[in-house]
Ligand binder design. Sequence first.
Ligand SMILES: Nc1ncnc2c1ncn2[C@@H]1O[C@H](COP(=O)(O)OP(=O)(O)OP(=O)(O)O)[C@@H](O)[C@H]1O
Ligand SMILES: [Mg+2]
Length: 286
Amino acid sequence: MSSQEDAPVDWAALRYTALSEELDEDQRWTTWRTVDRSSRGPEPWPRWLVTSQGALDTELGLLKTGKEADVFLLERAVPGAESCLLAAKRYRTAEHRLFHRASSYTEGRRGRDSRENRAVRLKSGFGRQIEASRWSQAEFATLKRLWTAGIRVPYPVQVDGGEVLMEFIGEGRGGRTAAPRLAQCDPDPDQLRWLWAQVVEGLIRFGALQLVHGDLSPFNVLVRGMDGAEPELVIIDVPQVLDLVSNPNGVDFLHRDCRTMAEWFVRRGLQVDAEVLLAEVLSAAW
Ligand SMILES: Nc1ncnc2c1ncn2[C@@H]1O[C@H](COP(=O)(O)OP(=O)(O)OP(=O)(O)O)[C@@H](O)[C@H]1O
Ligand SMILES: [Mg+2]
């Protein structure tokens, strides 16, 4: 036995290094370094993002309970130095979910590891965990792809198990109030035209990637800066995004997305046509 191992334990020093015991219930050490590089967002990392290993994540509250996931507001900060706000979308395991996304979304997606697929089918503990993290992995990968293509979605920060961390879309700069969903907004005629132009541009870019959102509605679109002349539209909730070409229901889902969005704008008094939008998106894809 070495003399080092015989040395008496310095409990005071240990307590000092075991700082995590003193974290509040709603705090944890940043998870930035505990995931590998492929589970982090596209580089270069944005300047506002706190990447320090000494940062703390503090949960500031629940933003919204959804059918499959809960979204929390998180602050990642090195106290006294730097901080940023993040949205943490946490998928529930299968038994806590209020509904299942239709398997028609995933038709045509190639199956991965058959051991995983078997576990999901058999609903083992391992299977349930995988099912929750499949949605988070799918959402993170899609956000990365969309972000990289210049589509306005929250910047994907990282994925860890069933949790996706992303840019928090706030109402104003640095504010802790979440941007409203389009469904809650009451745009004036100029804002309405401005917002529709962004819907068209966004969908054409999806089309150019041969992707379909698949659940696009005024509830899955956030609007930043409604108090100004040029509000910005941010598309969210993308785990079910599907392939326009290989998914046999691709065009039907796209058609539905176009109709849902156009109907909202028509109800607000803007004369737009879902069929024209569909044709534009399809021509961007082929
Ligand atoms: N990045 C974000 N920034 C700000 N708010 C967000 C963000 N992501 C999600 N939210 C809020 O959380 C809500 C739910 O998010 P999302 O639609 O992604 O989850 P969901 O589980 O599909 O919810 P639902 O079942 O209501 O559709 C959004 O409507 C929005 O209000
Ligand atoms: Mg949603």
